[in-house]
Design a protein around this ligand. Structure first.
Ligand SMILES: [Zn+2]
Length: 123
């Protein structure tokens, strides 16, 4: 189950729990907390890239990893690159990003071309 991190919006009235950041394990379909469970003060969810990696289950990671490997084995470099790229953005995974760039290269792009492509499609 994913772990969500919260902090008090107004720390002056925060209790011991919400004065710092605190973690709550919730199901994906549980509503997000808007008050501290111990003092009832308003809290907000902390958005953090490092936490993003924790939210993903090992199963999901393994599944995506396997799919990328299958694309690589089949020589479908642009498919592999796109999946790795999207995935690395989502979980903030540097290794996955490098893998995406490597696959983009194998797909026939070079990194300069990629950047140019992203900036302007007119030329
Ligand atoms: Zn509190």
């Amino acid at each position: 189950m994913p772990i969500y991190e919260y902090e008090a919006i107004d720390r002056r009235n925060a209790c011991n729990t919400c004065a710092g950041r605190f973690e709550v394990i919730q199901r994906m379909d549980d509503p997000l907390l808007d008050v501290c469970p111990s003092c009832g003060q308003k809290v907000r969810k902390v958005v953090s890239w490092c936490r993003g990696a924790v939210v993903e289950t090992p199963d999901e990671y393994a599944r995506i990893n396997r799919t990328i490997s299958e694309y690589e084995k089949a020589g479908m470099w642009s498919h592999a690159a796109e999946l790795a790229d999207t995935h690395s953005e989502r979980i903030g995974d540097e290794g996955m990003k490098l893998r995406a760039l490597d696959n983009y290269r194998k797909a026939g792009y070079d990194l300069g071309t990629l950047e140019k492509h992203a900036k302007s499609k007119s030329d």
